[in-house]
Ligand binder design. Structure first.
Ligand SMILES: *Cc1c(COP(=O)(O)O)cnc(C)c1O
Length: 351
């Protein structure tokens, strides 16, 4: 047998949100709306060039992203989805024996990507109210810590990290440890006290921000996300990136999406309104839940998770189940959300 890294063969697989025929898929936090006409048009115009490699430096899209956030293009690095940029951040920061801290439960890719890099994941449990325990995360820092992920709003709980908390956290973390603020769901965050990642990046040399075009912008299938980081870190991300990882279509669609932000924001507003409607309906039915500031809601269903997940499927709704912890349900179109509310009406909130 060929030799393979033993640790790779024991890695947990990343689980994609399931789909079932005739069921509504609320398991991957996708945008329920189809691509905008202007974005489709921009990609169509590029279709006839896919015999050519894309711009490896992604110069045009990095310039647009930089202008959008008031940073320099040298401070922007792109990847095939922000999950690839997260992998670049880990690879550039941590190797064998180094530690990467993140809240748990949070984005399920973190522990996998850390182990792929040969580094050691350090998960720190969420608080009882489903929030990052930043004091415990700061206390988990050791001389081997190289990177810390802060996911806000957090996937899968939807809770946010406040400005004052993050300020205190950064004061406690050594300046040579990179703190990555993963803002995949930032467009859905309506909490006025939430930390603003790019603002923290401007004030702290050791902060990087992760954004994606997959969720609010609806480009999940095209794969493009980015980091805003110091020029040095962003340069290192480009060094460790897989060459030509971001396709020409993805780059064109991202530029067109930035130009269509007003139109996209209307959709985001509709999703936010639906999220609040779903929250209210669940609370009216006696479900206890924390406020989610993302495009999903979180039900801490504990040991009943598999049973409730099965009941939802039976009623034609596919949510994302996490073992015996809970269910994450993506906010879709009003019709999809009605399907979910009808399905959950058949489930008692208490055992
Ligand atoms: C969805 C998600 C991402 C990134 O998704 P990409 O499609 O790879 O850009 C990153 N972080 C979190 C927390 C997410 O939920």
């Amino acid at each position: 047998m060929v030799q393979q890294r033993a640790d790779v063969e024991s890695l947990p697989a990343y689980i994609q949100g399931k789909s079932l025929p005739d069921a509504v898929k609320l398991s991957s936090n996708e945008n329920p709306y189809p691509p905008l006409a202007s974005v489709l048009e921009a990609t169509r115009a590029r279709l006839e060039r896919f015999n050519l490699y894309p711009d490896m430096g992604a110069v045009a899209v990095r310039e647009r992203i930089a202008a959008r956030h008031g940073v320099r293009p040298e401070e922007v690095a792109v990847g095939a989805g922000s999950v690839e940029v997260a992998a670049q951040l880990i690879t550039a920061s941590a190797g064998a024996g180094d530690e990467v801290i993140f809240a748990w439960r949070s984005f399920e890719a973190y522990p996998i990507l850390v182990q792929v890099a040969g580094a050691t994941p350090v998960p720190v449990p969420l608080t009882a109210d489903e929030r990052h325990d930043l004091d415990a995360m700061a206390a988990a820092v050791t001389p081997r810590t190289r990177l810390i992920f802060v996911c806000t709003p957090n996937n899968p709980t939807g809770t946010v990290v406040r400005t004052d908390e993050l300020e205190r956290f950064l004061a406690a973390v050594p300046k040579d440890v990179l703190v990555v603020i993963d803002e995949a769901y930032v467009h859905f965050d309506t909490d006025p006290d939430s930390a603003d990642g790019v603002d923290f990046f401007r004030r702290h040399e050791n902060v990087a921000v992760l954004h994606t075009f997959s969720k609010a912008y609806g480009l999940a299938g095209l794969r493009i996300g980015y980091a805003i980081a110091s020029e040095r870190v962003a340069g290192n991300l480009r060094r460790v990136a897989v060459p030509f990882g971001v396709s020409d279509l993805a780059q064109a669609a991202a530029i067109a999406s930035l130009e269509a932000e007003h139109e996209l924001n209307e959709r985001v507003e509709r999703i936010i309104a639906e999220r609040d409607r779903v929250h209210e309906a669940l609370r009216a039915a006696d479900w206890k839940l924390v406020d989610s500031f993302a495009n999903f809601v979180w039900l801490r269903t504990g040991s009943r998770t598999p049973e409730i997940d099965a009941a939802l499927r039976e009623a034609g709704v596919v949510a994302r189940a996490y073992g015996s912890e809970g269910l994450r349900v993506t906010i879709g179109s009003p019709e999809m959300n009605d399907r979910f509310l009808a399905a959950i009406a058949g489930v008692s909130p208490t055992a």
